[in-house]
Design a protein. Structure first.
Length: 241
């Protein structure tokens, strides 16, 4: 027979073993939670690194106003004047680009045309500025359309834009602007003609003529005034259309 004391000792040992088992399971669960926390921390670190966006470095050198990086590679750039391609790696600097500007003939020509105090001799032997103002360029473009009987869309054509860019002229204006300018020019010319005929008080001979536009094919009747000025020069002016 087993005594009651021995039974109590066996029961106590079993209880101790059970408690040890529970403590071991709790230790293992604590370790597993620690691993999961580490895994979550590492995963959040990877996700935060993947969420970082590369910053675009803004070029600080003034030489980049004369060059443009190519679309295929940021390590290549094109000169705005001679259209040559150069290497422009970030680590290499811009000394080669600055050196090219000193020998680029197209850039030197553009630089000379930008001179504010540059002058030239006109047909009368007087000095005048060689830099044509944008207003004069715009007026000359409108007169070209009228004299050559060109369509208003000519100022927006690829040929005219290429010509202006090739000779370093201003950017051409639109056809709507050209149409508005031509109407205003006609009004001013008409007013000046009335003032001329009113002040000189000369006899005028009127003639009529019909001509066909080569562009639209429309027929027009023109009234022309002929007169002799104070210098005995024959003049003719269109006073009606």
């Amino acid at each position: 027979m087993v005594s009651s004391s021995s039974k109590q000792r066996q029961t106590g040992e079993a209880t101790t073993n059970v408690e040890v088992t529970y403590e071991g399971e709790e230790h293992q669960s604590t370790q597993s939670r620690g691993k999961s926390i580490d895994a979550n921390a590492s995963a959040s670190g990877v996700s935060s690194q993947s969420m970082k966006v590369k910053k675009t470095v803004v070029p600080r050198s003034g030489v980049w106003s004369h060059y443009t990086r190519t679309k295929d590679s940021r390590d290549k750039c094109i000169c705005h004047y001679c259209q040559k391609v150069f290497s422009c790696a970030t680590k290499s600097g811009t000394s080669n680009l600055q050196k090219h500007l000193t020998i680029c003939k197209e850039y030197q020509t553009w630089l000379t045309s930008q001179g504010k105090n540059q002058t030239q001799i006109n047909t009368e032997g007087n000095l005048k500025s060689s830099k044509v103002p944008e207003a004069v360029f715009r007026e000359a473009s409108n007169e070209l359309i009228v004299l050559a009987e060109l369509p208003l869309s000519f100022v927006e054509s690829m040929a005219w834009k290429h010509f202006c860019r090739k000779v370093n002229l201003y950017k051409p204006h639109s056809r709507r602007t050209a149409s508005r300018d031509i109407v205003e020019m006609f009004v001013h010319k008409k007013t000046a003609l009335k003032n001329l005929l009113h002040t000189t008080k000369q006899r005028v001979s009127l003639t009529t003529d019909i001509w066909v536009s080569q562009v639209t094919g429309a027929s027009y009747m023109v009234v022309t005034a002929h007169f002799i000025d104070a210098s005995w020069q024959l003049n003719k002016l269109i006073i009606g259309l």
